[in-house]
Write a protein of this length. Structure first.
Lengths: 115, 119
């Protein structure tokens, strides 16, 4: 079964510090893509970063980086230099080849950045 | 570039009533998705269209939910009759990726969602 697990319902971080949000997945399919989305209180899902299962290097996008450990089936999101505007829900998601492009989402982690 | 448009943003109805949500995807996006997000959970796919054809509706409760995308552009999701457990945010998303190859980014672009409360 294909499943995404985010074990941290809520996280706190001090402004300007780094934070890691955990994501593990379960699949036997060798070809897949991993995504992280941010959902602020307004409700819109905002794409942050993508990692393909065959990518050799960890993905980075500005202050976001993805710590991809394929053997452990984990794809943790690292946010460096946290800002107050980073407070939001964060979702890890997967896409599988030959499944029409749909994303399967984890339960989410609520991040709160303290001033 | 205009984003994914959804309406209404909020809707309150009583159980057994009907409701419809509308979505206009980003221009040129062939693939359209409807997701249901219950409070405290991640989004769950209800139905996926590619142009005006259904790709995946395996998790759509077909006894009460229906969706259409007649001209391959905008889409309507209907619930009739509504139940208390249908209270959720209904998210529409679109993407350029038609085949959904996992090796491409082809991220989904989401609208702000339609929040349904069933009393």
């Amino acid at each position: 079964a294909q499943k995404i697990t985010q074990t941290q319902p809520g996280m706190f971080v001090q402004e300007k510090e780094a934070v890691t949000l955990d994501c593990t997945y379960d699949t036997s399919d060798p070809s897949y893509g991993l995504f992280w989305y941010k959902q602020p209180s307004s409700g819109e899902m905002i794409f942050l970063i993508y990692q393909g299962s065959y990518d050799q290097q960890n993905a980075t996008e500005g202050r976001y980086s993805l710590n991809f450990q394929k053997a452990r089936k984990s794809a943790n999101l690292v946010i460096s230099a946290s800002q107050l505007g980073d407070s939001a829900m964060y979702f890890c998601a997967m896409r599988f080849a030959n499944q029409g492009g749909k994303l399967i989402f984890g339960q989410g982690t609520e991040l709160s950045v303290k001033p | 570039e205009a984003g994914v448009a959804q309406s209404p943003r909020y809707k309150i109805i009583e159980k057994r009533q009907s409701v419809a949500f509308w979505c206009n995807p980003i221009s040129g996006h062939a693939t359209l998705y409807w997701y249901q997000q219950i409070l405290g959970q991640g989004p769950k796919l209800l139905i996926q269209f590619q142009n005006n054809g259904v790709v995946d509706d395996s998790q759509l409760p077909k006894d009460r939910f229906s969706a259409e995308r007649l001209k391959g552009v905008d889409s309507t999701l209907k619930i009739q009759p509504a139940k208390l457990e249908d209270s959720a945010v209904y998210l529409c998303a679109s993407s350029l990726v038609a085949s959904g190859g996992a090796l491409s980014t082809g991220e989904l672009f989401f609208g702000e969602g339609s929040r349904l409360t069933v009393l």
